[in-house]
Design a protein. Sequence first.
Length: 250
Amino acid sequence: MRHVKIYTGALLAAGLLAGTAACGSSSGGTSGSGPSKTAQPAAAAEPQQRQGGAEIATVRGRQIAVHRHKGDSAAWKTLSSPNEMGATRVFLVDAKDGDWLKVLLPVRPNGSTGWVKASDVKLTSTTRRVEIDPQMFTFTVFDGDKVLRTGKVATGEGGTPTPAGRFYFTELVRPPNPNGAYGAYAFGLSGFSPTLQTFAGGPGQLAVHGTNQASALGGKVSHGCVRVSNDDITWMAKNLAIGTPVVVKE
């Protein structure tokens, strides 16, 4: 079991818990307006140094140039590190080509990719991934082909569905009240709500987080975020690295 380091400072938590994540519920308790001033950012498990699996690119400097095409001289976007939430910027690597890396970007529209120079990042790897099945209301954590953990989830309801796609964890927050609407931990995701351009003052970023309404697991109750039990999110926080791939099935 990996140790989870807790840091002082609340920039990350203030952003995620004050409404950056589109996680509220119309059926009881709005996650998007939870307390933030005393919440603490947390460091997730370290990436595994193994061959194979997914590669995670961690930005070395205070910003990184993202190019629309490999080899472009001019930057398409410049992204800061730490990110807007106060966490070190990471990307999920999609492909390699010489000195360039094609990476999945935490921007709209979901699934956006860009190219970064390999020299601007540090590469690590993980053989672990999370698969979420909105039809069955379940998640499964894999290590390669081995199932490590499964459990129930709650997803987005009505006009605020949880979008299908390939995402990754961008940050980890430890809320001030583990018995509150966000539960024991909240992982930010690289994806965004397809229907909410903003939510409670934030950009509608999605998250995977715990809950104080375990009875709602197995249904559609959120504004797009994925809820899991507090036991499950605590296990994830201790065993899954920032950058871990998350696949939400159709």
